[in-house]
Ligand binder design. Structure first.
Ligand code: VGL
Ligand code: ZN
Length: 198
């Protein structure tokens, strides 16, 4: 068994002061850094959207941020503009250890489809290549930490379990957006898919 740590979206826009700030997002920088040495492989994910991305409320005239719209692949929350390619907010929190990262995986660059999961776009069709990378390195046990617990962390962990990895979410090293009960629902969905919550 080899273990990989998947550090999800520890970017400035998801930390206090950012454009889609998650409460306490910066509190988990030190705990995540401390975990890294316990894993053979460390992957960082980076939300990476073009300016015309369909998940941005301001690309939908009249739409309010945090409202829900229907996309060809299902319901989609419309977010404040965040993690625009090349912007400061798309950068990693300066405190997060990037030296230990074996791979940085970027997601959400297709303007038409959001990508919460580190493995697939939200249409569940387009793969990022992360599963093949982890399998090639012999990683069987994946631990997920980062932002946001109820969106990108949960969707990534659920996909990992469905792909046959042993998936764990270390909840103390995650923070949630918690939109209309989304954290409770994400935790239930994770448990039902066989994700271990610690
Ligand atoms: C995320 C909303 C939009 C996340 C990314 O990292 O959880 N949430 N884009
Ligand atoms: Zn995003």
């Amino acid at each position: 068994m080899t273990k990989a740590l998947i550090v999800v979206d520890m970017q400035l826009d998801f930390c206090p002061g950012g454009r889609l700030a998650v409460a306490g997002g910066d509190e988990i920088v030190a705990p995540i850094n401390a975990m890294m040495d316990g894993f053979q492989t460390v992957v960082l994910t980076q939300d990476w959207h073009p300016a015309d991305h369909a998940s941005f409320a301001d690309n939908h005239p009249g739409a309010e941020p945090f409202s829900v719209t229907e996309m060809p692949y299902g319901p989609q929350v419309l977010w404040p503009r965040h993690c625009v390619i090349g912007s400061d907010g798309a950068g990693f929190h300066p405190g997060i250890r990037t030296d230990r990262a074996d791979l940085v995986i970027r997601k959400g660059s297709n303007p038409a489809i959001d990508s919460y999961s580190a493995f697939f776009d939200n249409d569940h069709r387009t793969a990022t290549g992360l599963a093949g990378y982890l399998r090639d390195r012999g990683a069987t046990d994946l631990t997920f930490v980062g932002l946001a617990h109820d969106f990108c962390v949960a969707w990534s962990a659920i996909d990992a379990a469905r792909l046959g990895f042993n998936a764990t979410v270390a909840e103390a090293a995650c923070r949630a957006i918690d939109l209309d009960g989304s954290l409770a629902k994400a935790r239930q969905d994770m448990r039902e898919t066989g994700v271990t919550l610690t």
